[in-house]
Design a protein around this ligand. Structure first.
Ligand SMILES: [Zn+2]
Length: 501
């Protein structure tokens, strides 16, 4: 490969050819999803510019990727599923082929030396709702538009990317859409809606902090958009589908408390990490769950079908710290997202006077009998098909309460903001979290984490290793159901509906 490529490159007068140049890896090294993301380069910025016609679900556009090579590259992959018409690398036409459902293999006209700046421009078009990857589309077409909201994968239905949370970048997203719909994305609205064609408007959104691909979204449809300003001067932008019907009041009552919930969570986690806040209540039935899209979670309108629920708002906004600011290095470590966001619901429950974390620990523990399959799923290694299993959420939160009891409140509430500060805008691993917990507490915690995260059985609360000494769950008395229980269960039931391909 290298010898032939060198000959061609020299023949074309393409400068100094490098016999050491090799293809970038087709995956980012994820043990659960080995072909997600790619190797050989690091993205700094995406400029996504698309046009969308709701009537036909036609999406077309150009994405420009600014990246830096991390090796001598003969070629590299992007993750993308729509039809591509051209690719340019540093202003020269590149050749490209498809491999599998979502690999776009790009061969630049010139080999790329390590450390070089790359500007990759991809032009494309397609009908995303008809493009399946692993038999599935993460693009939700609605009666009035569409939602690109999904986890772990959503980008490849609307922009080419290095689709793994280890390669975070900033974004400009601009969408041209008919003027009877609104377009919402991450961050701040830097311009628009601006008339561009007769009957069409362009919206310009910017996300200025590093952001994972799966946390990047667009919501297109008929929305009421409401804006306000937070105490730090940053915008609060809430959007409510005009199709919420009977759910509208409860949805507004929940999402309108976003800023209060964030300010409460700041007391536990430290300063809110992003430049904007808010929420999107989507049309009931889409996307089928709520997702912690960066700066502005998206909620299926059905979250409010049984009345008011602030727990889902507390959950998704806790993810702004746990998952968005500090992102996964491996999808296997998903409890670092979901266990912590679930624990934030327990903290919010206490704040609301609807049950303490220990009461929720006791009731959760007692609600899963020892022979329940729940205990067979390891929160610290659930398997690729169980990334959103209830054990990741509930046993993840149980783990954190067991840790809090073990190390004490002072150490626990020093650990959380320290973890977030040390890994802010980056990534973290379970091993790193355990090491920090041991450092801050001065305790050896291998037994505790092994018991709670990595052992396929219900931990025995009467032994010293679990140290749930304040627990009543191991007695014959059934714990009282906390007032928050049903609302918290609604959050997790709907969240677990996520399709994982
Ligand atoms: Zn979550």
């Amino acid at each position: 490969m290298t010898a032939a490529a060198t000959t061609v490159a020299l023949t074309l007068g393409a400068g100094v050819a490098n016999a050491a140049a090799t293809p970038g890896a087709p995956g980012a090294g994820d043990v659960y999803f080995p072909d997600y993301g790619n190797g050989g380069y690091d993205v700094q910025h995406y400029d996504v510019r698309v046009r969308y016609q709701p009537a036909t679900d036609q999406l077309s556009g150009t994405t420009t990727i600014l990246a830096r090579s991390t090796q001598d590259l003969s070629r590299f992959n992007l993750d993308f599923a729509l039809d591509v018409s051209s690719v340019q690398v540093n202003n020269r036409a590149a050749t490209f082929t498809r491999e599998g459902d979502h690999e776009l293999v790009v061969t630049p006209a010139r080999q790329v030396p390590q450390g070089a700046n790359l500007t990759v421009t991809v032009k494309y078009a397609g009908i995303p709702s008809q493009v399946e990857v692993n038999g599935y589309t993460g693009w939700s077409r609605t009666a009035d538009g569409a939602l690109a909201v999904n986890e772990p994968e959503s980008a490849w239905w609307w922009f080419p990317s290095n689709d793994h949370p280890t390669d975070k970048a900033t974004y400009d997203v601009s969408v041209l859409a008919p003027d009877d719909v609104q377009v919402i994305s991450n961050g701040t609205l830097t311009s628009g809606p601006n008339p561009e064609l007769k009957g069409w408007n362009r919206w310009y959104w910017r996300s200025a902090k590093p952001q994972a691909t799966y946390l990047t979204y667009i919501a297109i449809g008929r929305y009421d958009i409401e804006t306000d300003t937070a105490a730090d001067g940053s915008p609060i932008i809430n959007a409510f589908s005009t199709s919420l019907g009977d759910f509208e009041g409860a949805a507004r009552a929940g999402i309108n408390r976003t800023n209060e919930i964030i300010e409460t969570e700041e007391q536990w986690f430290g300063t809110y990490p992003f430049e904007a806040r808010g929420g999107v209540a989507a049309i009931p039935g889409a996307p089928g769950f709520a997702l912690e899209t960066q700066t502005r979670p998206v909620y299926d309108g059905r979250f409010w079908r049984r009345g008011g629920n602030t727990y889902v708002v507390a959950h998704e906004n806790a993810h702004q710290w746990f998952g968005d600011s500090v992102s996964l290095t491996q999808w296997r470590d998903i409890w670092l997202n979901e266990g912590f966001a679930s624990y934030a619901e327990w903290l919010w429950s206490e704040h609301e006077g609807e049950g303490t974390p220990q009461e929720l620990f006791d009731y959760t523990y007692a609600s899963y009998p020892a022979d329940d399959p729940f205990w067979q799923v390891l929160p610290g290694d659930p398997g690729a098909d169980k990334v959103f299993d209830s054990a990741v959420y509930d046993r993840g939160a149980l783990t954190l309460q067991a840790l809090r009891v073990q190390i004490g409140d002072d150490a626990f509430f020093e650990l959380l903001p320290t973890w977030l500060q040390e890994h802010q805008y980056g990534n973290g691993t379970t091993d790193e979290f355990i090491a920090l917990a041991e450092k801050i507490s001065g305790q050896q915690l291998d037994d505790l984490f092994t018991t709670w995260l990595f052992t396929p059985e219900r931990p025995d609360l009467t032994t010293g290793t679990t140290l749930a000494r304040r627990s009543t769950a191991d007695t014959d008395t059934t714990p009282t159901r906390p007032k928050s229980w049903n609302k918290i269960q609604q959050v997790h039931t709907a969240h677990a509906d996520l399709k994982v391909s």
